[in-house]
Design a protein around this ligand. Structure first.
Ligand SMILES: [Zn+2]
Length: 217
């Protein structure tokens, strides 16, 4: 009798933990936050670039987007915004959206409590607004990790979370072609693609993804 209660408790605890880990790591799960992970299929695809602005690579990515007539969202880091406000102004000037990706992009920041997270979101929003005059309304959590208080932090700061349906894993060291294949395999109307404009391959990858999409539609 005793043993079966303990077994049931362990199974329950493991189950809760599994759901918690899955919910934290999978932005589209909807367990902790309601993130927009796709757009209307009739609107094509949406490229999103995290971790900028980068003074060298972001302008190159902007040129690629212009060439393809494509608008994107750049989820920027507050500290980098303060270092390169002119790049943020250029993103907005060319008709793209700027989203909030926290002030310091700490890998632990998502777990330090609601107040800490709100502070990170507010500071990044302030940096964006003073750089380009536009108050952002979209948020993407660093590393895509969501937590149980993230939803109330977003409500309190007035943000909507944006996830993705296609993850490129462009930050790992795989050959460029492999990263491209990974994106193209999952590309379909309505896809939101996660990319990083701080990477040396960022403009190449954006150009190839958009070329492949143009062949597909
Ligand atoms: Zn990031």
């Amino acid at each position: 009798m005793h043993n079966s209660i303990i077994t049931a408790a362990v199974i329950l605890a493991v189950g809760v933990l599994a759901v918690w880990v899955y919910g934290s790591a999978t932005i589209s799960s909807g367990i902790f936050i309601d993130a927009k992970c796709e757009i209307e299929p009739s609107d094509g695809i949406l490229l999103t670039f995290d971790d900028g602005p980068d003074p060298v690579m972001t302008p190159k990515v902007l040129d690629v987007l212009d060439r393809h007539g494509q608008k994107a969202i750049f989820f920027v880091i507050g500290e980098k915004v303060e270092a390169h406000p002119e790049v943020v102004r250029e993103i907005v000037r060319r008709g793209h959206q700027v989203g909030n990706h926290t002030y310091s992009h700490s890998p632990y920041g998502n777990f330090l409590g609601r107040e800490h997270l709100e502070e990170e979101i507010r500071k990044c929003g302030d940096a964006i607004e003073s750089a380009c005059g536009v108050r952002p309304t979209l948020f993407r959590p660093p590393l895509g990790i969501s937590t149980h208080y993230m939803s109330s932090a977003l409500k309190n700061t007035g943000y909507r979370a944006v996830g993705w349906s296609v993850r490129s894993f462009d930050t790992c060291d795989d050959p460029r072609e492999e990263v491209l294949d990974r994106v193209v395999k999952d590309l379909k109307p309505g896809a939101i693609v996660l990319l990083h404009d701080r990477l040396e391959k960022a403009d190449w990858l954006a150009d190839r993804v958009l070329s492949e999409w143009e062949k597909m539609r």
